[in-house]
Design a protein around this ligand. Structure first.
Ligand SMILES: [Zn+2]
Length: 126
């Protein structure tokens, strides 16, 4: 068997190996390969960490808490700019809300002026 074949088989066996489902002779062969191949050891470590991450996600598998977890992470990474609790959001960025209100007010004003303007073209009724 060539080295390339061995690599492929090793990667394929990682999942079964980590779940303890690999037959003893396969396991021994895999462990022998891992002992001699840093490339596959690195791959296995990465694979194991990925599975560990998935395991953590599964434990908090309810869609709500999953979503909340993502929001919490975004909140942390954005230093609290996104997904804060609503009342904190209002307290924290009043200027953003003020400018949003201004834009809405200007839009309403613009629409009202356009529609009531004697020279303006009135929209065709549906
Ligand atoms: Zn290898």
């Amino acid at each position: 068997m060539s080295a390339a074949d061995s690599h492929t088989r090793t990667v394929d066996a990682f999942s079964a190996y980590l779940e303890g489902e690999l037959p003893p002779e396969e396991k021994a062969s895999l462990e022998h390969h891992l002992a001699t191949c840093i490339q596959c050891r690195t791959s296995l470590e990465r694979f194991r960490r990925t599975l560990g991450g998935l395991g953590r996600l599964k434990r908090t598998a309810a869609p709500y808490s999953f979503l909340a977890d993502i929001q919490q992470q975004i909140n942390r990474r954005s230093r609290g700019r996104f997904f804060r609790r609503r009342w904190l959001l209002f307290g924290r960025i009043p200027f953003e809300w003020l400018s949003l209100a201004m834009i809405v007010a200007m839009l309403v004003y613009y629409i009202v002026v356009l529609q009531s303007s004697p020279t303006g073209v009135k929209p065709i009724p549906p």
